[in-house]
Write a protein of this length. Structure first.
Length: 494
């Protein structure tokens, strides 16, 4: 299969612009990229549901055109995330929809339908009754049914769009094996996934899209997490723009002799546009430091300043009013109202500002504010009225970012900002951090991922037993030095 000069625009926006991409038989090709990178549009073009403005798709030397039915006749099958199944029909009827075998009198041959459906189910290892209605199946069972339906057509090109997102580990492993087996039979398998381990396990090639263009075509061994994030974001994450941190400007935040129980004393300062990392082993005091600054942990000694003025929050409300925000480590327990709508969650920190005279909150005003914040933070959802619980981990985390971005804080505290999110969401979170520091926001990031801190920070302070044992500028970054400080207490002497 060859995509040649394929271009698609919607209004002034170019969503896909592929000069040339070849997909070979017998390969599993994984597509990765941020939301809006062009993955869905490319899959739609191949499946016939999106008509490109220019260019063509060749399959076995023939031009693929004429819509989805024409694509299916040429051997293209797609498993989408939407599950286009008919809930009131049976499993067998869904599997054979549009191609049910008939007898000599042109009636549907029920026995043949059941037999063919049973074979398709066995092929993917799905144990459900062929007579069972689809609307009674679980989400995972519907996902496997869609895969059975697609593979049952023996397609020359099989497109799998996030096929494991609703599955557990065992089912996911089975789907990866099915993809490999189908490619092993001489087909092309296009796999869109967000779990890096799955992508690397199943792929023969990994194609990275950014802004509608193919920016990298990698072998799995080349596709480290850092490399993928760099390709998706569009810059070398290790090359922080030093000019964005005003090193000579008065510090936004300072701490002198900061102490609490079994922690400190700690000295720290952050200048405008600077990202300061906090590294340390478990129990070193990373989270304690952030909660001290946020006023959610009692301070027993030391002084802090914010914007050149004394800063002594007794509660988190004091910190928020002063211009400090915190994205906590455990978002579900410490930051989210899981069963409340996104609208409530994302406007939580700005209700006083958007309410009339700080008291009366108009529903229309709140809805507009929520819609703006959802767009700014790139939270992927059907509507701001859906429950926060229904979002993926990455979207939940971006929603919390959006909440604090709306307050325009002077100082933003991030505790394990990318824990439990996929590589695409991680790239978008890094982009949000970059956008805010470019606007002059001071940021402190506590993370157990040393590679993450080395990539995004201007300075890294190392904590051990609640004390700073290293304070390393970017020019002096050394993984060995920082790890030695975390484990031994100093990276310069040992």
């Amino acid at each position: 299969m060859i995509l040649a000069g394929v271009r698609k625009t919607y209004g002034p926006a170019t969503v896909l612009d592929v000069e040339r991409l070849s997909l070979r038989s017998g390969e599993v090709v994984c597509l990765v990229g941020e939301n809006g990178a062009g993955k869905s549009t490319m899959m739609g073009v191949i499946a016939g549901s999106v008509i490109p403005d220019t260019g063509k798709v060749l399959l076995g030397g023939q031009t693929l055109e004429g819509g989805t039915l024409a694509a299916q006749k040429m051997g293209v099958a797609m498993v989408s995330q939407e599950f286009p199944l008919v809930g009131e029909l049976s499993v067998a009827e869904n599997l054979l929809l549009g191609r049910r075998p008939s007898n000599k009198r042109w009636f549907v041959d029920r026995r043949a339908v059941t037999s063919a459906a049973q074979q398709m189910l066995e092929r993917v290892g799905l144990d459900v009754e062929t007579r069972r209605r689809v609307n009674s199946l679980s989400v995972a069972q519907r996902q496997m049914l869609e895969i059975a339906k697609a593979i049952g057509r023996d397609p020359r090109v099989l497109i799998l769009d996030e096929p494991t997102s609703a599955l557990g580990p065992r089912e996911s492993e089975h789907v990866l094996q099915l993809a490999k087996e189908h490619a092993g039979g001489g087909a092309i398998v296009i796999f869109v996934g967000h779990r890096l381990k799955e992508v690397r396990d199943v792929a023969d090639r990994i194609v990275v899209l950014r802004n509608g263009r193919v920016v990298a075509d990698l072998r799995p061994k080349e596709a480290t997490e850092r490399r993928l994030v760099q390709e998706m974001v569009g810059k070398e994450l290790g090359e922080i723009d030093e000019g964005s941190a005003a090193a000579d400007a008065p510090p936004v935040f300072t701490a002198r002799g900061l102490e609490t129980y079994n922690f400190g004393p700690v000295d720290l300062e952050v200048t405008p546009g600077q990202v300061v990392g906090v590294a340390g082993l478990m129990g070193s005091g990373r989270s304690a430091l952030l909660h001290l600054i946020m006023g959610s942990r009692e301070r027993t000694g030391g002084e802090m300043t914010l914007g050149g003025k004394p800063y002594a929050p007794r509660t988190t409300g004091d910190a928020v009013r002063a211009g400090v925000g915190l994205v906590p480590e455990d978002r579900k327990a410490q930051a989210l109202l899981l069963d409340s709508p996104i609208r409530w969650n994302i406007t939580l920190a700005t209700l006083r500002q958007i309410a009339w005279r700080g008291v009366f909150l108009g529903r229309g005003t709140e809805k507009r504010e929520a819609a703006d914040l959802v767009r700014i933070a790139n939270v992927i959802c059907q509507t701001p009225e859906q429950a926060a619980r229904s979002l993926s981990g990455g979207n939940q985390q971006r929603m919390i970012f959006g909440r604090w971005i709306a307050t325009r804080p002077r100082l933003l505290l991030l505790d394990e900002p990318t824990r439990g999110v996929d590589v695409g969401a991680k790239a978008e979170i890094y982009r949000l951090i970059e956008q805010q520091r470019e606007k002059g926001m001071a940021i402190i990031v506590a993370s157990s991922e040393l590679e993450e801190l080395l990539n995004i920070c201007h300075r890294i302070v190392v904590l051990r037993h609640g004390r700073v044992v290293e304070d390393v500028n970017r020019a002096d970054f050394s993984k060995e030095r920082i790890m030695a400080g975390m484990a031994l207490g100093t990276g310069t002497e040992r």
